[in-house]
Design a protein around this ligand. Structure first.
Ligand SMILES: [Zn+2]
Length: 442
């Protein structure tokens, strides 16, 4: 949970938040009035700057639902803390009738369970999974085995880590699939709490997006942030040509020149103005046309392309942003758009509805109504991505479709509290996702 690390200094602030009024009062009563600066300093000390749980609160199980804490107390009181279970994580039906989803958040889950006396088996992060195998058996993406009382409070944070990141990564993968070879940049962190920016950008990148715009997001994935220019720059400078030229003068030459061309005039007029102002150095024009002026956005893109081409500016690409998703990108791409900035639809993606269920107690299969008992393995044919859920320990099956060898997908992540899996880099996970995307349809 690297994103919370910077906020660690907030821990004691949080703890003492309730004492604040008394504290400030005492200071005032006890002696000379504190200075305004001193009051401001105390105020900041007692108020966290942002409303997020700290790393410590998440790891210690404080960021959980109270019924787990009560369960733990009862197990403790009855001497049942060490009853061993297998608990599996399976998805409910995928949102919006998605046929598949991308598993994301595994690295954070590994950090969450580090030091907890359990074994965790997981599909590798970035695995494209379906909610059931080809026979309709629900697919576990991860299971935990160990004393239930020692990990029950971690269910809430674990599900939160997986559900949201997997939703974002899946939406990103769908958008990338629709955009094909075109460049797609994640622009959506502004729609969500800023403490989540690294998680959102990592999930979007892992899902297949080519770049992210947020600095802390880019830092986490080890890439350079990518961006164009805001309308504000043009408005503050009072003139679009002055703003484009200023960008070209001030910003280092390796940053591609992308001129925003919809501020005051028609997109095609501003596109030609930008191409004439920056010449060969202009990499792309960006159309972020407001909804009220859009009409037929694909038609606007065709016009811009045409007007640039007949004036010899074929090298200038068209970058579009605003309200994009996997459904409207194909038409815009056909019209001539070659790069996309996608925000809200990805950062506000629906969550994948994972649930945790106990399927084994002290080695005996045991599950609630609607769930299948027993520890399981998910076998996958790497050729046709066909999955088969089998009891754990059963012999490796052959692919019922192509007869090929199948691979076990639930692999050791944590052994007795130690991370035993290699945690691949975001770029490696992204490459794994893109490879699987070739074999699935939207
Ligand atoms: Zn096969």
């Amino acid at each position: 949970m690297a994103e919370h690390r910077a906020l660690r200094h907030g821990i004691d602030i949080h703890r003492h938040a309730l004492e604040e009024p008394r504290h400030l009062l005492h200071a005032a009563e006890d002696g000379p009035w504190p200075s305004l600066g001193e009051l401001a300093r105390r105020y900041l000390r007692y108020h966290p700057h942002v409303h997020v749980a700290t790393d410590e609160e998440i790891k210690s199980g404080e960021a959980t639902d109270v019924y787990f804490v009560r369960t733990k107390r009862i197990l403790e009181a009855k001497g049942l803390m060490d009853v061993r279970v297998v608990a599996e994580i399976t998805p409910g039906e995928l949102p919006q009738r998605w046929p598949w989803a991308v598993l994301c958040g595994v690295e954070e889950v590994a950090r969450l369970f580090e030091g907890v006396p359990v074994n965790v088996y997981s599909m590798p992060e970035g695995t494209v999974f379906r909610h059931t195998d080809h026979r309709g058996i629900r697919e576990p993406v991860l299971f935990i085995e160990g004393p239930y009382g020692r990990f029950c409070v971690l269910e809430t944070p674990m599900l939160g880590l997986l559900c949201q990141a997997s939703g974002v990564a899946t939406k990103a993968a769908r958008v990338k699939k629709a955009a094909g070879d075109c460049l797609v940049v994640a622009f959506g962190t502004r729609r969500m709490h800023p403490a989540l920016a690294p998680m959102l950008d990592r999930a979007a990148y892992i899902g297949g997006l080519d770049a992210v715009s947020n600095l802390v997001g880019a830092k986490l994935i080890g890439q350079k942030p990518v961006g164009t220019m805001p309308h504000a720059l043009i408005i503050v400078m009072g003139d679009q040509v002055r703003a484009w030229k200023a960008f070209d003068e001030v910003i280092e030459p390796e940053v591609p020149r992308v001129a925003l061309v919809d501020t005051y005039y028609d997109e095609k007029i501003e596109a030609v103005m930008a191409a004439e102002a920056l010449g060969e150095r202009l990499f792309a024009v960006r159309l972020d046309t407001p909804g009220s002026r859009r009409g037929d956005f694909a038609e606007i893109i065709r016009e811009v392309r045409w007007e640039l081409d007949i004036r010899g500016h074929r090298h200038v690409k068209i970058f579009v942003s605003g309200g994009l998703n996997e459904y409207n990108i194909p038409e815009l791409r056909e019209a001539g758009a070659e790069a996309f900035g996608v925000g809200t639809s990805i950062s506000n993606a629906p969550v994948v509805d994972f649930a945790m269920d106990i399927v084994e107690v002290e080695g005996r299969p045991c599950a609630k109504r609607g769930k299948l008992g027993g520890k399981k393995q998910v076998w996958r044919c790497p050729e046709c991505l066909l999955d088969l859920v089998m009891p754990f320990g059963a012999e490796a099956p052959e692919c019922p479709r192509c007869g090929g060898e199948m691979e076990a997908m639930l692999r050791p992540l944590i052994e007795d509290g130690r991370i035993v899996a290699e945690l691949p880099s975001p770029s490696d996970i992204r490459a794994y996702v893109l490879k699987q995307l070739e074999k699935v349809e939207l």
